[in-house]
Ligand binder design. Sequence first.
Ligand code: NAP
Length: 280
Amino acid sequence: MPRRVSDQYRTAFVTGASSGLGGAFAEMLLAEGVRVWGTARDPARVAGLVPRHPGQFTPVGLDLADAAAAERVFLAAEKVAGGFDLVINNAGYGVFGAFAETDFAVWQAQLEAILAATLRLAHAAVRGMRARNRGCLVNVSSLAVEFPLPFMSGYNAAKAGLSAFSESLLMETRGTNLTVIDFRPGDYRTAFNQAMPSTVSAQLPADPRRTRVWRILESNLAAAPAPARAAADLRRALIRGRSGTVRSGSFFQARLAPLFARMAPDAGRRFVAAWYFGLR
Ligand SMILES: NC(=O)c1ccc[n+]([C@@H]2O[C@H](COP(=O)([O-])OP(=O)(O)OC[C@H]3O[C@@H](n4cnc5c(N)ncnc54)[C@H](OP(=O)(O)O)[C@@H]3O)[C@@H](O)[C@H]2O)c1
């Protein structure tokens, strides 16, 4: 069994490396001796990693809002790297809002960025890995696949789609040298809530139910583990080197809640979730 991630993977492309989980993944990989290409919409946001890891980190500007451009950026970096052994589709954001009251263009942009553009990067990544007959693709999904969040319907739909996609690819790549990891974090203390589009806060005073849910999401994130824990979970999964679903987070969110979601009848799971968010 490999002892360091770099025993298995020498080059990695990590989207959304400027903050939160992606930042922790990049730091973990760099500490493990992997050469990392890390993205942010503004590459200046990841430039600080260059002097700390001379010759080991390359900043990349990539915006999921333009999937075709994002693919071109990926392919150009892949050429320079001589192929990526590891691709982590981590970049993403959420939209918080009532479904009907939020402009559909906002939901569409959400789906196009975090589902369609992410799949397009996965397509480019897997093409390269198949050609080299080796590699690992990690898609960062969410516990929201098992416990969908109220007022985040577009986000839930995108993450459920991403996990379903990983599930298909897991089967397609069985018996090959390609590894696919559906990585599902629970709550982590990142900038995720602050990065929600501003339309959200404008809606907040209008509906006490929505306000209550938002406050619960805020307090959950404030009390959640630091992203380094997700990086440690991912490191273990990479060293294990097996395709599959990896749940990461507090014991309650990474173990008990998914178990409950699988065992409980749908009506029971929905009742508990609605009770939790005060949506009776
Ligand atoms: N935190 C949690 O509790 C949690 C739970 C489950 C799943 N997740 C998932 O984990 C991933 C990372 O989120 P996080 O919590 O670390 O949030 P974060 O701290 O807000 O980081 C998000 C990252 O994604 C990048 N990003 C956002 N929108 C982008 C876009 N349109 N195009 C390209 N890059 C974009 C950001 O880069 P720039 O803003 O610098 O461009 C940033 O590096 C996301 O996929 C999220 O859905 C998070």
